[in-house]
Write a protein that binds this ligand. Structure first.
Ligand code: ZN
Length: 224
């Protein structure tokens, strides 16, 4: 796992070159945002120790397998010392509920962990504000760090080979568009996130983008 200190509050954890999770520093320890694919629990815990803290909570942007993949392993390792926070609709999908019509694209592996908190728009997770951003999945959320304007945008945007909206079939990283449930909603969410005017954009797939306004505008225009 490749570890990059992006800001004093944020560490990027990159696995298999294409998938990211994040450690967010809080007064009581670390929030892990997303868990990458399965088999990463030991590496994620080691990365947290290296970053100088314990994982206090695990918050997910959405329920796809490359984000929720190591949740059960982490929960088995860390037990009740971690709180698990999952966007409401995606948690209900994992619980077997049919929350939308039709087939859901992307990977939805079986998950045993029951979330402690179902996330909704406007909730706070430490310093992070939850921003509803449905479309890639029905329940997708982003997290805005209120301390410094860092936006953890999950899979609404990708930045591999340039910034793109995941509604848009982008040849340099087509997987995100192929896994997107509702492209119109996803594009609307891309606009919602742009309107937050983030100071830094970080995503599930690709490198961090400082001062991302212009890149987000271009990505939205290309997807529109
Ligand atoms: Zn996804």
């Amino acid at each position: 796992m490749k570890t990059t200190i992006v800001t004093p509050n944020l560490v990027q954890l990159n696995r298999l070159r294409f998938v990211n999770a994040y450690l967010v520093r809080e007064d009581d320890g670390l929030t892990l945002v997303d868990t990458t694919t399965s088999g990463a629990a030991d590496d994620l815990v080691a990365a947290a120790q290296q970053a100088g803290g314990a994982i206090r909570r695990i918050a997910l942007t959405h329920g796809h397998g490359d984000h929720i993949g190591s949740l059960d392993e982490l929960k088995a390792k860390l037990g009740d010392s971690v709180e698990v926070l999952v966007p409401e609709l995606d948690a209900r999908i994992h619980a077997g509920e049919k929350v939308v019509e039709g087939k859901l694209p992307g990977s939805w592996p079986t998950v045993r962990t029951t979330p402690d908190v179902l996330l909704a728009h406007g909730d706070r997770v430490g310093s992070l504000e939850v921003v509803a951003s449905p479309g890639h999945t029905p329940g997708h959320v982003a997290f805005l760090d209120t301390r410094d304007g860092t936006l953890i945008a999950g899979d609404v945007y990708t930045t591999l080979g340039g910034t793109a909206v995941s509604s848009h079939f982008y040849l340099r990283f087509p997987l995100a568009a192929m896994a997107t449930w509702d492209k119109a909603k996803d594009l609307e969410s891309a606009r919602t996130l742009r309107a937050l005017d983030p100071a830094l954009l970080v995503v599930g797939h690709g490198p961090a983008v400082p001062a991302p306004g212009a890149a987000m505008d271009t990505a939205i225009a290309r997807a529109s």
